[in-house]
Design a protein around this ligand. Structure first.
Ligand code: FEO
Length: 395
């Protein structure tokens, strides 16, 4: 599959309908994804990014049907992660001497991944590559989301090739933002931001403001995953500025793991208490061991406060709650309140452990938590209800 974006710019990537886990098992992709590669034709011809390694052969064979590979003058590697650079070894086998334009960190990463001494051409922000009538202007985007990340702006066509930024994991035969279901598009774009870009929010704000200050026209934003933004393309940049500013909605997420339903029933009572104190707030409950961790992280991203529950096991907490804490610590959420809860039979360490780890992960702890012994009964349910009310009031 290929399609034209403009007369001189083609999409030549790969739609991956089957992908359900990305970054190993780290990220769930319920709607598949695409690896977007772009061919820009002017007096000179540039190929921007490639596709993931398993599709390398197919990608190069298809590309060769579009263009004599020897006619490609420049290869642009905006990002060295394998989902975009994975077909470079196969491509460069055919055109070994062609220059690869990337950042200085890009050279390190590409050499580190593939151990090849290709004809690297290092570029920095503001460097221009003339293609004839059009120019490709490079913009380094360090830590958005790797040290080597880079974007390119194509003059005349006013296209921003943004690489991972503004992407979404969506496989669709409709590759434009105005042709897909908007709620699905934003669900995936939000999940992508929450799970990948949150730790880099200050840099997101800085980079977007830097690009906006250039006052360039933007007709298309072409990311490296998912659909191309062509209808009001800057809407996603505006959304990113909102998400980068310690985003939150009027939502409280209650997340728990449970062994024999004690902690689950506490969670349900707490949610009732919250709703009794504040009927406007959205309360969502997730059993973390039965939920998709990336979807839960997205709900944490949207929440102004969370409650995390686990019973005590072996003086510790259950695995799924520990995995979520580890993930949240790395994501560095800001401006979110939290507390812990859980039931126990003997020693009862879980609530303190959860509280300490929530604090380490950057949450503001607003309560000592709720700890109850054995299966909750009427007294514990009443206690959980009051705990929920008090938590809602403090939030
Ligand atoms: Fe950072 Fe889509 O790779």
């Amino acid at each position: 599959m290929k399609f034209k974006i403009t007369e001189n710019v083609d999409w030549v990537g790969k739609i991956d309908w089957e992908l359900r886990k990305f970054h190993g098992e780290e990220y769930s992709t319920h709607r598949g994804t695409s690896y977007n590669s772009y061919l820009v034709k002017d007096e000179k011809i540039a190929l921007i990014d490639t596709v993931w390694t398993p599709f390398a052969k197919e990608f190069v064979e298809n590309l060769a049907k579009e263009i004599d590979l020897n006619k490609i003058d420049y290869v642009i590697a905006n990002h060295a992660e394998m989902d975009h650079s994975g077909a470079l070894p196969e491509l460069m086998r055919h055109i070994p001497d062609k220059p690869i334009y990337c950042t200085a960190n890009g050279v390190k990463s590409l050499r580190g991944h593939y151990h090849k001494d290709w004809n690297f051409q290092v570029v920095k922000t503001g460097d221009k590559l003339s293609l004839g009538k059009k120019e490709l202007v490079f913009v380094e985007a360090m830590m958005l989301h790797w040290p080597d990340s880079m974007m390119g702006y194509l003059t005349e066509e006013a296209i921003l090739f943004s690489n991972d930024a503004f992407g979404q994991h969506i496989a669709s035969e409709h590759m434009y933002n105005d042709l897909v279901v908007q709620s699905e598009l934003y669900e995936e774009a939000t999940k992508y931001y929450a799970n990948i870009l949150t730790p880099f929010s200050p840099l997101v704000t800085k980079k977007i403001n830097e690009v906006i200050a250039l006052n360039l026209p933007v007709n298309f934003i072409c990311p490296s995953h998912g659909v191309i933004w062509r209808k009001n393309p800057l809407q996603i940049a505006e959304k990113y500025l909102e998400w980068a500013a310690d985003y939150q909605e009027n939502q409280i997420a209650i997340i728990y793991d449970t062994m024999w339903d004690g902690t689950r029933t506490l969670a349900e009572q707490i949610s009732k208490g919250i709703k009794q104190a504040d009927d406007k707030v959205t309360v969502k409950l997730y059993n973390i061991s039965r939920s998709d961790i990336n979807d839960v992280v997205t709900e944490v991203f949207k929440a102004k406060a969370i409650l995390l529950g686990s019973p005590t096991i072996n003086k510790g907490i259950l695995n799924a709650a520990a995995a979520l804490l580890e993930m949240m610590k790395g994501l560095k959420f800001k401006n979110k309140k939290a507390a812990a809860f859980g039931c126990y039979g003997w020693s009862g360490e879980s609530v303190k452990l959860l509280t300490d780890r929530l604090s380490e992960a950057g949450f503001e702890i607003i309560s000592d938590g709720l700890k109850t012994m054995w299966q909750p009964g009427d007294a514990e349910f009443a206690q959980a209800l009051e705990f929920g009310k008090a938590f809602a009031k403090k939030v």
